[in-house]
Design a protein around this ligand. Structure first.
Ligand code: ATR
Length: 286
């Protein structure tokens, strides 16, 4: 798609995000900075949409001529029946965080997992082939990440979850893709010592509960890379204590920026101005 095509009818690109709550989202400031850096006139607006109104919201997206939107908590599953197409990644993850509107035809994508893996490779572990990976949590965020990790030829992926059934269900769903095993948090200590990478996908440690950690840091060895999806705070207690031990650590900001970058590329066909996007988010952290 060319710039002229993108801006054709109104001379301005309409983008946004639907979610509930939505007021704290950093996506508007990040994408507004991206549009400026690309020299594209347009707006990226936060839209508060409650459950039960997602179909109406998507009809509105078409009627108003939005080029695309992001979808955040709690609508990543609820939007699916209203889409015309789902790309393969979104289909296998079962969740959508990005929608492209092509003249009234809506396609759903999921850029969370690929955004995370790009960030992990850029900032911490350039090659995931043969790595032993422990993922904490088996919710929506974990699904995107485990799916994307499974495409990188790791040695194995363990999913440890408070509710072990959910971890086991995820592992059996994708057993065709990689050696994935689901365990309970109680089994975690027996396996953690062998791992190369530990990834927290739970919300434990997120603002305002910054004193919490999803795992006892004494179980972590200094040869492990420790990664946390949380980016508020930028450094969780898990990361701070792991770093003190000598671990290489990786925070969630890069994932957030990269999922947005992939989304922007789907909407505009242009390479995303990643540095400008990252600095806009950083400037707006409290
Ligand atoms: P998200 O989209 O952020 O992944 P989610 O789908 O609600 O949100 O999943 C939350 C994940 O964090 C789950 O794995 C959840 O564990 P359960 O499946 O046992 O509920 C995990 N989680 C949330 N709070 C937790 C806590 N206090 N201790 C341990 N795990 C927690």
């Amino acid at each position: 798609i060319t710039k002229t095509d993108l801006l054709k009818s109104t001379g301005s690109l309409l983008l946004g995000v639907i979610g509930d709550p939505i007021g704290h989202s950093k996506s508007p400031v990040m994408h507004q900075a991206a549009l400026s850096a690309l020299g594209l006139p347009g707006s990226y607006v936060p839209m508060h949409v409650q459950s039960g109104h997602v179909g109406d919201a998507l009809a509105g997206i078409k009627a108003l001529g939005f080029r695309g939107i992001n979808v955040t908590i709690p609508h990543k599953l609820e939007v699916i029946p209203y889409l015309d197409h789902l790309d393969e990644t979104a289909l296998r993850i079962g969740a959508v965080n990005t929608i492209v509107n092509d003249h009234g035809v809506l396609t759903g994508y999921n850029t969370d997992g690929i955004g995370y893996v790009r960030s992990l490779k850029e900032e911490a572990v350039s090659n995931l082939k043969g790595k032993k990976i422990m993922v904490l949590g088996a919710g929506g965020a974990a699904r995107g990440i485990v799916y994307a990790l499974s495409l990188e030829s790791p040695d194995c992926i363990f999913i440890a979850n408070r509710t072990a059934d959910k971890a086991e269900a995820m592992a059996s769903e994708w057993k065709d893709l990689a050696d994935i095993r689901g365990i309970s948090m109680l089994e975690l200590p027996a396996h953690l010592g062998d791992m190369d990478i530990l990834i927290n996908t739970t919300s434990v440690g997120m603002h305002p509960n910054v004193a919490e950690t999803p795992v006892d840091v004494n179980l972590i060895s200094e040869k492990m890379v420790v990664s946390d999806l949380i980016y508020n705070p930028l450094q969780t207690r898990l990361l701070a204590e792991s770093e003190q031990k000598g671990c290489k650590v990786h925070g969630g900001l890069g994932m957030f920026v990269n999922q947005g970058a992939f989304a922007l590329e789907y909407w505009t066909g242009m390479p995303a101005p990643v540095a400008a996007m990252r600095s806009a988010v950083l400037q707006n952290m409290n």
